[in-house]
Design a protein around this ligand. Sequence first.
Ligand code: AMP
Ligand code: ZN
Length: 489
Amino acid sequence: MTFRLYNTLSRSVESFTPADGETVRMYTCGPTVYDPAHVGNFRTFLFNDLMRRALRLQGWKVVQVQNLTDVDDKIIKRARDTGKSILEVTEPVTEIFHKDRRYLRIEDAEEYPKATTHIPEMIALVEDLLAKGVAYTAEDGSVYFSIERFPGYGKLSRLDTRELKSGARVAQDDYTKENAQDFALWKAAKEEDEATGAAWDAPFGRGRPGWHLECSAMAMKYLGETLDIHGGGVDLIFPHHEDEIAQSEASTGKPFSRFWCHGEFLQIDGTKMSKRLGNITTVKDLRERGISAAALRHFVYSTHYRKQMNLSGEGLEGSLEAVRRVGEFGHRLDTARGATPELAAVAAQAEKDFREALSDDLNAPEAVAALFMYIQKANAELDRNGSDTSALATAREVFATIDGVLDLRPRVVRLVVGAEAVEPDPATLPDTEPVEQEAIAWAVERLRGRLTARKSRDFAQSDALRAEVEARGFVVKDTALGTQLERWR
Ligand code: AMP
Ligand code: ZN
């Protein structure tokens, strides 16, 4: 089965194998860390996560580099407006990014290079482009890339050469196709750059790197002159990726990336959300409303990455329900003692369908459908109470293989809150991130308050506390042992 991916460069689906046959070298543009990433950004990062896991399922190793843009126009403006240095703006936001990413179970990339710690590599690239005559210093001291000197300019975004305005210059990091002009590689230091710690000495003048330059320099440093895959959201095709190609290829004379893969947008504004789910835009919002990582993953993977989608409360509700079924199925497989021999064939078919879906340009909706078909058919076999342990073992393996890519099995944390103690001790819960520990501690405190309220027969207070906890997505049940608290992740 060949693995196929849509390549924006050729506008067609092509067979993919890594250049060296073994390791996929993949660069994915990361967040600009001036504000916490929103759920839309995370759709793109989840697409990258699916990609790396699917590539590994093919038997390849993956080296993924995801940069953190920690100096650019927007960051400097934010620093300026708030009287901070760029570092003071970007450090806390970077921390939130990793926290959110882990909550969504997005695997660690192999490297997360920051632009500000790779300035020498960027300076070297500018010097090379100046030496090769494709870059020039303008009157204001900034260095620009001359798009006229690079014949391939426009090949990714399919810009008509007649639209190119060589000689005219654009200084900002982001601009539209209508302004396809010579772009800034290095921007001469301005007063606000100096004030915010965003200026560095360079042989061609003190200044700071342009956004596009950052990615070219860091991608080539970690992955070599030709990458296997370069990814990001569709908005990056122009100018960001077009300019990355221009800078890198003008310097090396080699193709910068063999495949360019772009994910479509998640629309957030202007959609109706259900009352309980409200206006979710960040991962913090998701967490606070008890939307498990599994549910968001299911929601995102239910649409192909090259199709636009809307974030809707209804859709999220459906995903919460769907992953509950995945969780129940996982539990059933874990606790079964045997199965009918036919379960092995059901599992084999599911794995085949699943692999085929992923090989077909990462068709996640089909892959998710293969999982649910598997759950349905396997449940029917398990209802027949067989005693074949080898068929059961196969079924477990296939479930692990599928969930190793999609990661849709919710993790459930259960606690009993008594008047005296909480069992188990929340601090000892396995696989729970600090943010979750905090949420659980918060809920435990309220449930303790509820026990006290009930003791003094203040039922209004007791009900209010329970409602408050449930509104954050916890499940509360009264049992003989005490109040049971469930958290689905
Ligand atoms: P930024 O932090 O703006 O540099 O964006 C980080 C990544 O998120 C880039 O790959 C963007 O293409 C992507 N992105 C931005 N907005 C959305 C959205 N609404 N839906 C999906 N991806 C997005
Ligand atoms: Zn980039």
